[in-house]
Ligand binder design. Sequence first.
Ligand code: NAD
Length: 263
Amino acid sequence: MTTEELVGKVAVVTGGANGIGRATAKWLAHRGAKVYIGDVNLLEENKVPFAELGIEAQQCDVSLEADIQQLIERVIQEQGRLDILVNNAGIGMVKPITEVTEAEWDACLGVNLKGAFLGCKHAIRQMQQNGGGVIVNTASNAGLLPRQHDPVYSISKMALVGLTKSLGLCHAQDNIRINAVCPGPVCETGMMNADLAQSSDPEAMKQGFIKASPLAKALNRMITPEEVAEAIGYLVSDAAQFVTGTMIAIDGGKSLGVSQVGS
Ligand code: NAD
């Protein structure tokens, strides 16, 4: 992709103030797109770099329809169109099912699944009027292969994979492509930093993540937010014009199967 390939395109990235969303917002803006991010926590540190790239930031809780609607209405008022939506906002939920409260279930599914539903609902209406568009959902490795330590998070991401395939099918006729990325553990994100901070031995936890992915082990490092942004960038680009309803795993082979006997 050239650095100007997205000139004239308008993009919304939810959860764009930190981690994968921030890297994606910058990736899109660097290639010429006009980018709006929606996030519950906008972060002061973004003010200068976002201003330099013309990235607009709006307070938005994706689990509230009024917030998503306001964000997309603002984009349409100011730019007249919406070409790209990245439903990226997400929260973790590390607990056995027996300890998950109803409120915690609602919060996790509310952000990770309902947030994407609401984003799709309001973006697709606009994209249908534009004659097309592209949506990328940030699912997870856990959306391909459920995990023992975070069943509710896994359920939310598996459902997000289902939403991606279902809406990919429904809206291909509108020239709207809907895909997902499924990253393995990503370093330097709010989510990962919070997990590491809660551990009694963060370094051992990090090494555990690296060991669980064959490529991470070979490279001796975790996946970066920028690497996930590259995959999202491919999915929104014209190079992916025939790609819809698909998942790109960015997990170093972690979801392919058990890599070692006994692991
Ligand atoms: P992050 O915490 O850095 O980013 C998540 C962003 O979402 C934050 O800016 C946060 O403020 C925002 N957010 C949370 N709830 C919100 C809400 N209700 N409305 C709007 N914004 C909200 O973590 P990240 O890893 O960059 O997470 C981005 C996405 O990637 C999430 O969907 C997450 O599930 C997914 N993911 C992360 C990893 C990882 O290892 N970090 C792996 C696979 C998938």
